[in-house]
Design a protein around this ligand. Sequence first.
Ligand code: ADP
Length: 508
Amino acid sequence: MWTLSEWKKRAAQQRFICQAQIEGKACDAKSGQTFAVINPATDQILAQVAECGDDEVERAVRAARRAYQRGIWARQSPTARKAVLLRLSELIMQHRDELALLDSLSMGKPVVEAWQLDIPGTAHFFSWYAESLDKIYGQVAPTAADAVATVTRSPLGVVAAIVPWNFPLEMAAWKVAPALAAGNSVLLKPAEQSPFSALRLAELALEAGIPEGVFNVLPGTGAVTGQALGRHPDIDCLVFTGSTRTGKRLMEYAGQSNLKQVWLECGGKSPNLIFADCHDLGLAAENAARAIFYNQGEVCSANSRLLVERPVYEAVVERLIALAAEWTPGDPLDPNSRAGAMVDARQTAKVMDSIAEARRQGARLVCGGERLTINGVTNYIQPTIFTDVAPDSLLAREEIFGPVLAVQPFDSEQQAIAMANDSHYGLAASVWSGSLNRAHRVAQALEVGTVSVNTVDALDICVPFGGGKQSGFGRDLSLHSFDKYTQLKTTWIQLHQSAAPGGDYEAG
Ligand code: ADP
């Protein structure tokens, strides 16, 4: 593992890809438009990147469609596609340092976190889906004897993925790996804050052997590039991770254009419930801190509401206050930093506004709440904890996407469940209890996509991830993800009587 000065040296020498990657070629936007990508830890521009407009989107869609129709990827044998995706997984690991650095420099997370989790995770997603693609069988339906009906999966065609900046490469992989494994052509639009790892992935994909046109990366802003993808009439499916606000727009675009399928993984305000019968309060508190302060709180499934049963409320809050200090942000390139910079000045200001609003609405600030200056830059926020949070306040209801925790007490299991479900989000929840009965009861009652029991934010490639309510619909990860990237095809074969006069002739 590198030291701070080694990472800095590498950062100074890092190459940033500034052009779109369409049909195997790097290209500028025809309009000449670019946007600046800024390192939030230095406030310096890393590069000016091509902003793809209608022209580039049109070219990329055509290339993707052509590649799909020619079958150069979709109709390659599963063994061949698997080998290419496994090679891509290896290449990702070979470029682990570079990819970790690209994500850290553009969105501020500790480079060590990206190196330890995001990049190996990404490589694993590609190898997992590579290995799964030749193990998916079709079905034979239970028809009457005079017919044979098969139910098979076929790719959709052209899939567009619009992804956020909080886990730039990993979020891209959640969509791209299964979409490619299923045989689709893919257009990826990374977030404007963090386009570099996706652009590098396009180069590595070519090197691995993914045919030109099958995987294209279109950098740009949401309003321009994202909207052009959303409204394009020849994209079959749009998969998205990001805010609920943008998710709603994407559904409008689909309705106003070609009714492309839209699958959304949006925001959350996930509750973490600690019951007094929890076996290890210390562990629960440690995890509660990680569940909100990890990745600067910029996690859609962050456990931003902590509900604690009254008898242990004071003890848990006290513990949390002590633990919060461990998540004080530092230079993202410093291997000792557990948290880094917020993604940009805008997000920092937004989170600070939410903290000010929480105070105005009467919540009690018990820890943090201040902006920090590191190396002369102010895009850092202390781990922040509020108690006495009113149920109808902004802090209790709205996603803040920063290191800000709202703690509320409860007096009964029913009350805890009612509080937890009193949200327009439904992504994830955690439950801490030593009672198996209670854990099952509460898990059943929680209106969310994932319940973690005696841990937080459980996530693994082998289980689906996604939510309900205004957190979206559809699932990433696991084999269930193929539901988004394939369609079921029924082939019904009617069997007719043989040897009837004028009918089938059976050779004897
Ligand atoms: P955040 O507010 O956390 O940045 P967004 O939902 O705005 O979340 O961004 C997630 C992704 O959605 C990014 O790639 C962004 O460019 C894209 N995006 C934002 N607005 C639009 C839009 N109107 N149409 C399509 N994509 C968009």
